[in-house]
Design a protein. Structure first.
Lengths: 451, 451
């Protein structure tokens, strides 16, 4: 009964898919898809190379396309949607939750959006139109309109009977929202209280009023940290006038948390846009090319620094052998500082009130570790080249470079953030450029002075 | 009414704290702490340098210490716990949820655990003892025992009356678990169905049985991906015999998702253990030192490769100027491949059924981007040093290094994973060592052959 590990299962399905694609026996795959949930199919599609992926789409029951699509990442959604005509899009959005339908519609041209909306029934259209104006990266874009509301003056018994009149209630129903006649949000009636209180009490007597609703234009990252901090399962969303617009549920917030965390990791390697692990060469190469081009410029800059000291290197070739060590140590140390700062920023821990303490701490760490490894490097250099001065030079350059690296590791992300540039994206390239250039300059510069 | 952005608020509190620490006017801080939630205080503590942090602990109401503590990261918990005597620990765990109390106890010596358990009332002790044997990184360690259970043969009306007899129900109550007389898990009774169905129906008629409970020894990462995939709010946990042990709720899963995502980012910079952004110099320096030492060894290895070609460099100093470019381009390209693979592994997308496709794709990307930027680098080198052969050499070395980098970016994490070594931790260092060494070797080797 209990499941095998998730990953083993995916790989098992993928192997079956590979075999079926090779042998042409696709009937078994159709069968397999029937037994999987929408989310499992979406995961299988995201884990498949293009050929297998197109087979999966072809074999998938048309009626499940919409619900599988909304489990996929944006990039895959866009790839899939671009080949669909309006009728297919209408069929696809039919039966989706309003926030998911809106997410799909927002990727389409205005003309198509209008046609799809016209084909919906009045209630669905109204719900989707309520969400459509909000960018998908805001609370308004995350919200759904499946919330259940009540008035403060009703008794709990009436609320219970009202709920019983529903054929089906939303899967996630942890609170009912209390509003006045003008739809202004007044408070929450938690289901746990509804179930455990005396049914003759009124909503007003039981409701919680100390929770602040989320404003529709709050960023999705802020929404995520509110949910994380307060252990919410759902939360009301209001407009600037305090009127209830809808609600956000934790399942959509979990996706935001995952995406935000992914973003830092991918950005630090210059892969900001790389959502699809199995994108084709044609899609991948151009995206990565730019970053490599920027790095070529950065590397040329460092090469120029070395070029300043050609005469010195010509005299003592050992310098060419040792100089990458100084640059590399600075790069690694600086990258550690940078990563800590970027993560602290993502967690909302770092601002101008505590940056200077971090700056001092990082410098302290750099001095200690710089001295330790500079001594080691110096001893090795002296033994290798039998020259004490070279040992002193590499040690001095390394301590200086590690200190500059620590300072840059704190200041670069702070400066980038102040300039509204994503520190995760631009930070590591900027840092390495500095640690390379400073590493080469101090090492070769000291050598020019003392050799 | 609606809140300022989360981050602005934290920084506001931190500035107030700094001012108070400087002026000694601590009463206002005591006041501020009263108005904040446990989670907000925990976030403030995590965002504070050591001096401010100790003031916060001192001013915090004793009765809130336990609940604030359980919102903190492990490292901060351990720091705080190590100065507490047994009586203080007993006071601290009093009133905590069993899984949180167990998390704290697991960090203490066995003798202290026994004493704290003895001081608890019988029911609490029984609950905590049920969780204590499970490692905190498993479903058993994540679970809580606040689940509500029912029998299949009862009517919904009886269940509703049973719920009403509770003074307080858990905050998150989305499903009731259905068990038989031997506590074997039979199915779920979603609250949404309990509220919308005819009260005269039996639990058996309404319950869902197609959900598989989580086994207690499932890893927390697998638990997280099950919750993410299935949009669960809570899930039952069973032992190997299918007996219900407790439940996991989404709020604890969100923490796992955040930690797992953080782990990849930190590990790639060799910061696996760096949970506390504001750790002291004394705590930080030794942790980072090891990684720098490993990098020094790696850099010495690359330096050795350069050393093989001292004679060539002596003849043509331009080589020393250009060689870091080849190494750097390989490092950046390889790191992009590595990051994609590590993220794909963390998402459970990559296994032996699709690795070879990724390998081919990455090689394809490397050839295309390698050729583009090799041409640019060649032209620049020719113009700079007025030597066509050097241009051809740098272009050839760069294409080779980018291809090796792509291959290494796929193979290193796959090999590390097979050896049960964390790819995120060891991958980037191993990769850079290869791209540096190969970059220097091909560039200087080709130069030795052709110059």
């Amino acid at each position: 009964m209990p499941q095998a590990t998730d990953q083993a299962q995916t790989q098992h399905h993928l192997r079956a898919l590979n075999d079926a694609v090779d042998s042409g026996a696709l009937q078994s795959i159709r069968h397999m898809l029937k037994s999987l949930t929408d989310a499992d199919i979406a995961h299988l599609i995201e884990s498949s190379p293009p050929k297998q992926r197109s087979v999966l789409w072809r074999l998938l029951d048309n009626r499940r396309e919409g619900s599988v699509l909304q489990e996929l990442g944006e990039e895959l959604q866009a790839n899939f949607l671009k080949n669909k005509d309006t009728d297919e899009l209408i069929a696809l959005t039919d039966g989706l939750e309003p926030d998911d339908a809106a997410d799909i519609l927002q990727q389409l041209p205005d003309r198509v959006i209008r046609e799809v909306l016209l084909a919906m029934d009045a209630q669905d259209r109204q719900r989707v139109e309520k969400i459509l104006p909000y960018h998908e990266d805001t609370a308004g874009g995350l919200m759904n309109t499946d919330n259940i509301t009540t008035r403060p003056d009703l008794s709990l018994d009436v609320v219970l009977r009202y709920l019983r009149r529903h054929d089906e209630l939303p899967d996630i129903i942890d609170t009912i929202f209390v509003v006045n006649r003008k739809d202004k949000f007044l408070g929450l009636l938690p289901i746990s209280k509804l179930l455990s209180s005396d049914p003759s009490m009124t909503v007003r007597e039981v409701m919680t009023t100390d929770i602040e609703p989320i404003l529709a234009h709050t960023s999705d990252t802020d929404v995520a940290s509110l949910f994380e901090r307060n252990d919410w399962v759902s939360s009301p969303v209001v407009n600037d006038e305090g009127q209830l617009l809808g609600r956000i549920t934790i399942d959509d917030v979990v996706d935001v948390i995952r995406e935000d965390a992914d973003h830092s990791l991918l950005s630090m390697a210059g892969l900001d846009e790389e959502a699809d692990t199995f994108a084709t060469v044609r899609a991948t190469a151009p995206r990565r090319a730019l970053w490599l081009g920027v790095n070529l410029l950065a590397a040329l800059f460092s090469a120029n620094v070395i070029g300043l000291f050609e005469a010195t290197i010509e005299k003592v070739v050992a310098l060419a052998v040792l100089m990458p060590i100084v640059a590399s140590m600075g790069g690694v140390a600086g990258n550690q500082t940078l990563t800590i700062i970027i993560r602290g920023m993502a967690l909302g821990q770092i601002g101008n009130s505590n940056t200077s303490w971090l700056f001092t701490r990082e410098l302290g760490v750099a001095v200690i570790n710089g001295l330790i490894w500079a001594c080691c490097a110096a001893i090795i250099a002296v033994l290798w080249f039998n020259d004490t001065t070279i040992g002193m030079i590499i040690a001095g350059a390394m301590v200086i470079n590690l200190m500059i690296a620590a300072a840059a590791g704190v200041l670069i992300p702070v400066a980038l953030k102040a300039m509204k540039i994503d520190p995760a994206l631009a930070g590591s390239m900027a840092l390495t450029t500095i640690t390379d250039a400073v590493g080469f300059f101090t090492f070769l510069g000291l050598a020019t002075l003392f050799l």
